[in-house]
Design a protein around this ligand. Structure first.
Ligand SMILES: Nc1ncnc2c1ncn2[C@@H]1O[C@H](COP(=O)(O)OP(=O)(O)OP(=O)(O)O)[C@@H](O)[C@H]1O
Length: 488
């Protein structure tokens, strides 16, 4: 009775909060006191609050049929239906559910038998709480990973996006970006950190926003740029402080971790974090706990952590500038946002989008653009990526007076480009200087078509513009080229 009342109260409290993990954890034991103490320990020490209970082993299969359970913690010695019998049934009917045995029996033979029957792990009830919670957390992480893989496979195979509206403000038609979106949808429910990599200006902050919206968390998205924060300011910003924690701390202050409770904490420029601050962040992620400055009472983190960097973290880690353990923890879920020069097909779309945005902001009409503009842009490397394109368009629009958009701003930017347009590490295309025998006149056309398609990353409309021909004409030439090749 007391237990029921306690569970009711707990469930009411929990219903207002984000549940972790995404799937339910079912505790099966005929001892109410053990169920209660294990629940409390799981919640306090592991932050696990998506919990179901069953004192009567006969109800378990019905519960599994009704509730979204992903992990069962199972006692062995129970009246009516033994844990061993139940283990066999669960493994047979629900092979995707992980079962951990938590039993009073400290017998190697029993443990080996349970593992042989399909149990994920075996713990003796008298095990240290730390070890038990650690084992359960590992099982949850591996279940989460398995479910995400399943989800990802499904999405990639169907090539679907479940919630395309969330990505509506990320203008793109690039396949690579679409895969990024599918991946983000697949990991949306995970509580593990997400690492967003990509050059400056590629849209990492927009991606962080999408991750937060996809997660359906009801708390806020709190963004912190950690570049240039010294170690004390970093700790104070994230963890907050108690009144009197240091000279001048005349009021207690909640840190960003607390402000992001129930939501997402986005740490930008994580590659610039000092080694001392990296240790602090690692502890927060590993233990799920932190101490506000001047306090000896730990607080639990209730936010999902998303980090971003324009650095290549793997290189930084190899150079000893970034901790290996933190790097591995952060890259559990990793997305790489491609630079604009690898998705040139997005340039016309982005140009149109920013022209409309700038026109609205500057209260001007959307201008006509010269045919030359998309070609100029397609031949530019965009070291500053989309931010640079946006700034160029806004700059041009602020100077724009006549009906036609002036090319001046764009020409100036292009004039500053030093290197020719080639991908790094790629074979430089120097068609004639290296050739002992010149190609025939009719072969040059084919060479140009191949180069234009390469530069336009197989985007036919863009390649056609580079060549100064129509898209159907290019398509015809490509088909002919293909046919000639297959004859050869
Ligand atoms: N696909 C896109 N569609 C529309 N706007 C975009 C897109 N990608 C980026 N932007 C815009 O470009 C600018 C730069 O984006 P953002 O700040 O997200 O880049 P970032 O990768 O976080 O850069 P940094 O590493 O410098 O922090 C912003 O104004 C953003 O709104």
């Amino acid at each position: 009775m007391l237990l029921c009342f306690y569970l009711q109260l707990r469930n009411q409290a929990v219903s207002n909060r984000n549940l972790y993990p995404n799937f339910g954890v079912l505790l099966v034991d005929d001892e109410p006191a053990f169920l209660r103490s294990l629940s409390i320990a799981l919640e306090r020490r592991g932050g696990i609050n998506h919990i179901y209970h069953s004192e009567d082993s006969r109800n378990v299969m019905a519960l599994l049929a009704q509730e979204p359970i992903g992990l069962v913690l199972l006692d062995l010695t129970m009246p009516h239906l033994s844990g061993e019998t139940l283990l066999k049934q669960i493994v047979e009917e629900y092979p995707d559910i992980a079962v951990i045995i938590v039993s009073g029996l400290n017998q190697l033979e029993t443990a080996v038998n349970c593992i042989r029957l399909g149990a994920y792990d075996y713990f003796v009830k008298t095990s240290e709480e730390e070890r038990l919670i650690g084992g359960i957390s590992r099982a949850i992480a591996s279940q989460e990973m398995r479910l995400e893989n399943q989800e990802m496979r499904k999405r990639f195979l169907n090539d679907t996006l479940e919630r395309p509206e969330i990505f509506a403000n990320i203008i793109t038609q690039d396949k690579g970006m679409r895969s990024v979106f599918q991946y983000l949808e697949a990991i949306s429910a995970s509580s593990q950190p997400v690492l967003i990599c990509g050059e400056s200006g590629v849209g990492k902050e927009l991606i962080a926003n999408a991750i937060h919206t996809l997660s359906n968390r009801n708390g806020p998205l709190v963004c912190v740029n950690v570049a240039g924060l010294d170690d004390n300011v970093f700790a104070d910003t994230l963890f907050g402080h108690n009144k009197g924690a240091f000279t001048g701390a005349d009021k207690a202050r909640a840190g960003m971790v607390e402000q992001a409770a129930g939501g997402t904490l986005f740490l930008d420029e994580i590659g610039d974090l000092s080694l001392v601050s990296q240790v602090k962040l690692l502890r927060l992620l590993q233990e799920g706990e932190y101490y506000p400055l001047g306090s000896d009472k730990p607080k639990r983190i209730r936010a999902r952590v998303v980090v971003a960097t324009h650095h290549e973290l793997a290189k930084k880690q190899q150079a000893g500038e970034f901790r290996k353990d933190l790097y591995y923890r952060l890259r559990i879920h990793q997305v790489e946002v491609p630079p604009l020069r690898r998705r040139k097909g997005d340039i016309p779309l982005l140009l149109e989008h920013f022209l409309a945005e700038a026109a609205a902001e500057l209260a001007k009409n959307i201008p006509t653009i010269s045919k030359e503009l998309p070609i100029l842009l397609a031949n530019y490397e965009f070291p500053g990526n989309i931010r640079e394109l946006r700034a160029l368009v806004f700059d041009a629009m602020s100077q724009h007076k006549s009906r036609m958009l002036s090319m001046e701003v764009f020409r100036r930017a292009l004039g500053q480009q030093e290197a020719p347009l080639v991908e790094e590490n790629e074979h430089t295309f120097a068609p004639f200087s290296q050739m002992r025998i010149l190609p025939k006149l009719n072969e040059v056309g084919d060479i140009l078509v191949i180069e234009a398609m390469h530069r336009a990353q197989d985007n036919q409309s863009l390649a056609a513009r580079l060549l100064g021909i129509s898209q159907p004409a290019l398509s015809k030439r490509l088909k002919k080229l293909e046919a000639n090749r297959s004859v050869e």
